[in-house]
Design a protein around this ligand. Structure first.
Ligand code: APR
Length: 184
């Protein structure tokens, strides 16, 4: 059974898919890491657009685990879906559930907009310090579950920015595929 999930190592800002996901912070006003790369490549229009989005509480335009979709401006993709991953604090503050929600919230928005292909970076695995092996399992598990339920775009790409993260994603996908094939 082939999965509609691909794993690639690349700069997500170069992908021409329907939507790329940004590992943003709650202000949606940019930052470092993939957030910085996306804002640099999109041009100033994205920041101006985000600045006009309503604050749901002072300084917050997107809560952890939620997602917001915007145009992509000068990026080659059609949309950017901004989601805010959990900061890893040891695993006892619902970090795993919140990370899974980043994927499901982003996939729901993509389906709503009729997007047929979506690319995710390794949300929370950089500045937010989430353990890469566990994050990879959550990313693969959430995406495969929603794809099996036809609640996601046909094509999902999980993007690694280095071979170390790609290894974690490859292993998580292989283990999940073996589990769904059942005992050999
Ligand atoms: N393409 C793909 N992946 C990238 C890119 C890129 N151009 N740049 C970085 N990454 C990878 C990192 O290597 C990491 O694996 O994205 C993953 C997420 O790392 P961060 O960008 O640091 O995101 P996160 O850990 O979720 O922290 C978010 O950092 O940049 C700020 O504003 C952001 O406050 C927020 C926090």
């Amino acid at each position: 059974m082939s999965s509609g999930i691909d794993i690639i190592e690349c700069d997500i800002t170069r992908l021409e898919c329907g939507a790329i996901v940004n590992a943003a912070n709650r202000t949606l006003l940019g930052g470092g890491g993939v957030d910085g790369a996306i804002h640099r490549t999109s041009g100033p229009g994205l920041l101006e657009y985000c600045r006009r989005l309503p604050e749901i509480e002072p300084g917050v335009r997107c809560r952890t685990g939620d997602a917001v979709i915007t145009p992509a401006f000068s990026l080659p993709c059609e949309f950017v879906i901004h989601t805010v991953g959990p900061i890893w604090r040891g695993g006892y503050s619902s970090e795993e559930e919140l990370l899974a929600r980043c994927y499901s919230s982003s996939l729901a928005l993509a389906v709503e907009k009729g997007v047929t292909s979506i690319a995710f970076p390794a949300i929370s695995c950089g500045a937010y310090g989430f353990p890469a092996d566990r994050a990879a399992e959550i990313a693969v598990g959430t995406c495969m579950m929603l794809q099996e339920r036809r609640m996601s775009p046909e094509r999902i790409v999980l993007v690694a920015y280095d071979s170390w993260m790609e290894g974690h994603l490859d292993r998580a996908l292989r283990e999940r595929m073996n589990r769904s094939l059942g005992p050999s």
